[in-house]
Each structure stands twice: as structure tokens, then as C-alpha cells.
Design a protein around this ligand. Structure first.
Ligand SMILES: *Cc1c(COP(=O)(O)O)cnc(C)c1O
Length: 361
């Protein structure tokens, strides 16, 4: 079944572990003797409730979520959180701080301005988002209702290597593209959220980990479906949740567990990225825009000296079984997204391909 699969370096939706896809395939028409697909079940049925409960419990266990946090399975993508976060949190003081280190943080920043007084705590736009600001570069307001940042900048290929110290101001973090790729001290955060389609499940599921005391203070006009409290009170089942995606998340979490959990992922995450950065740093043709010390382990961005050579690389790589390496239009060049499900072997082979291409061109 998996024999003609390519090494898919797509930024998202992206690769899922083959064993997860095969298991889902085996169970697709008749889930564990229920006589129906998970896609056909009532979300209120006992069978689905067990899938939901097990998946949530495994997420809590594997991501080390403390007791005073709630895990929510939502829809609307990470982008809906750009509105949901200010709607629920800004009421405290009417102010919030945003660090803009890439495209998605910038969208979140602009969206939040509709709801309050938003300050730019830092921006890396001066150098086309090639670096992550240091702690001493953050302009922090102790009166902010929250501080917002994006842990991994999917498009620019930079990743925060530290958790900012904001004193008593709760931290909100978009972890869409490095969710469960490493251990996280959740207690340092107010809210962590992410779309599932980069690292965890098919598109359609958004996960939010919410410190309980932060919910219930939403602005009065907050839509029902954008209120964390609604979803906490109904355990993510105020309405029909994304059942199939939750089931798939459950399978991915079982796989993650068998691979050593987030600790196991962190070990290989650095070494996978290092394979590519080494090949690129030692090449004649390629440069990496992201500055050392800010480089992402999940999205490796690189380019040659010309657009034509970039196009040739992307085309020859695709022919050799490495697909979706074209960079985002904001950055150009190439981008290799190497999320949890990308096997080490796929990265090794791409590093070999980079060295060969460098020799031959
Ligand atoms: C992909 C991505 C988003 C957008 O996610 P959607 O689920 O498509 O809304 C937001 N933030 C980051 C960091 C991303 O990588």
C-alpha cells in the first residue's frame, strides 16, 4: 500500500505516519465491530465518546498538560484563534502585546487590533523575519492582558528557542507548526493553540489548551462558538466536533507514544534538521535565510542564487520523489517541512540529493 509514496515535504497539510493511514484504512468502513465508519457515528454515541475520551487523555498525558488547563477540540483552524484569543482575553485591561515574527503572527496582530489596544512587543520585519528577537528586545507592558507569539514561523523557517519571560502576563502561543515536536512546560503559558494539519492530524481540527481561569471573561459580543467557556462547559461538544479528525489525532498520538512521545520527537527533531542545515551550509549553491540561533527544526528554508536554479532544484527533486519543496511566495526559494511524521530516512535522502545537486550544478 505504501510502496509508491513520496517523501512529502509539504508545509501543511502534511505527511501522516504510514501506519496511522493504514490503520485508518483498515477501520474505515467498520470501526472495531461497530458496523459503521467513525465518519458515520453520532458524536453522542458510546463508541465515539470512548474515542474522544481516550484521545483527550492521551493528549493530556503526552503533552504533560497540568490539571488547571482544559484541552479543547475546536474547528475554524488556527486562524479562528486569532479572533478567539482577543475576544476572550482582552477584556481584562483592554491591552495586549504581540511579537510579530512572521506571517501568521502578523495576521493575529492585525486581527486583535479590532478588539483593543495592541502593542508591538517586537517585530522581525526589518530583516524579513529571518530572526527571533531576544528577551531583552521585547517591549513588555505589565498591564497587558496577555503576550502573544508564534512558536514556529512556518513560512520564514524560524523558531523561538526560548519561552519569553513576561512576569505575571499570561502567554498565548500559536504552536501550529511545532505542536508536540518537543516537551513544553505548559504551566508557563495561558493558552497554547494550533491547527492539527501540520504535525498531528488531518485539517479540520484545532486544538486549544486553555488555563481554566482565563475563560469566562469574554467580551459581551463574543459569538457563542468563539467563547472558550462554552466549549469548556460542554467538553468541546457544544455542537458536532470534527469527529474524524479527533479519531485520526488519537491514532497519531498512539504512534507518537510508541516513538517515545514528545521527548522522542525532540531527540530526532534536532538531528533531522541538522542533516539539512549541514548539507546546505557546506554547499556552494545554497544559503539559508534564517539566522543561526533562530533556525526552525520544522521548516528549513533555503535558496540558490537564482530563481531558475531554484525551479530546477524543485523540479528535479520532485522527479526523484521529494515533493512540495517550493518555498512560500513571500520568501521564494525552497522550504523543506520536516514535521514529526517525516522519517529520518526521508531527510537523509534529501540531504544526499542536495549534495548531489550542489556538485552537478
Ligand atoms: C498553518 C498555520 C496557521 C494557519 O492555520 P489554519 O488552520 O489554516 O487556520 C497559523 N499559524 C501557523 C503557525 C501556521 O503554521
Amino acid at each position: 500500500m505504501g510502496s509508491q509514496r513520496v517523501y512529502n515535504f509539504s508545509a501543511g497539510p502534511s505527511m501522516l505516519p504510514l501506519e496511522v493511514l493504514e490503520r485508518a484504512g483498515n477501520e474505515i468502513a467498520n470501526y472495531q465491530g461497530s458496523g459503521m465508519s467513525v465518519m458515520e457515528m453520532s458524536h453522542r454515541s458510546k463508541v465515539f465518546q470512548k474515542i474522544f475520551d481516550d484521545t483527550k487523555a492521551n493528549f493530556i498525558r503526552l503533552f504533560h498538560v497540568p490539571d488547571n488547563y482544559k484541552v479543547l477540540f475546536l474547528q475554524g483552524g488556527a486562524s479562528s484563534q486569532f479572533s478567539m484569543v482577543p475576544l476572550n482575553l482582552i477584556g481584562k485591561t483592554g491591552k495586549a502585546d504581540y511579537a510579530v515574527t512572521g506571517n501568521f503572527a502578523n495576521i493575529a496582530y492585525k486581527e486583535a487590533k479590532k478588539y483593543g489596544e495592541i502593542s508591538l512587543a517586537a517585530s522581525s520585519e526589518d530583516k524579513n523575519h529571518t530572526y527571533i528577537p531576544r528577551q531583552d528586545q521585547l517591549k513588555l507592558d505589565p498591564q497587558a492582558s496577555y503576550f502573544y507569539y508564534c512558536a514556529n514561523n512556518t513560512i520564514y523557517g524560524t523558531e523561538w528557542q526560548y519561552v519569553p519571560d513576561t512576569g505575571d502576563v499570561p502567554i498565548v502561543c500559536d504552536m501550529s507548526s511545532d505542536f508536540l515536536s518537543r516537551p513544553v512546560d505548559v504551566s508557563k503559558y495561558g493558552i497554547i493553540f494550533g491547527g492539527a494539519q501540520k504535525n498531528l492530524a488531518p485539517a479540520g481540527l484545532t486544538i486549544a489548551v486553555v488555563r481554566e481561569d482565563l475563560a469566562g471573561h469574554e467580551l459581551p459580543f463574543t459569538p457563542l462558538m468563539m467563547n472558550y467557556k462554552t466549549m469548556i462547559d460542554k467538553d468541546s461538544m457544544y455542537n458536532t466536533p470534527p469527529c474524524w479528525c479527533i479519531y485520526m489525532l488519537g491514532l497519531v498520538l498512539e504512534w507518537l507514544d510508541s516513538e517515545g512521545g514528545v521527548e522522542g520527537m525532540e531527540k530526532i527533531k534536532h538531528s533531522k534538521a541538522a542533516l539539512l542545515y549541514d548539507a546546505l551550509d557546506n554547499s556552494r549553491l545554497f544559503t539559508c535565510p534564517a539566522q543561526p540561533g533562530s533556525r526552525s527544526d520544522m521548516n528549513v528554508t533555503f535558496r540558490s542564487a537564482s530563481g531558475e536554479l531554484d525551479a530546477k532544484f524543485v523540479q528535479e527533486a520532485a522527479a526523484a520523489g521529494f515533493t512540495n519543496l517550493k518555498g512560500h511566495r513571500n520568501v521564494g526559494g525552497m522550504r523543506a517541512s520536516i514535521y514529526n511524521a517525516m522519517p529520518v530516512e526521508g531527510v537523509e535522502k534529501l540531504a544526499d540529493f542536495i549534495r548531489e545537486f550542489d556538485k552537478n550544478n
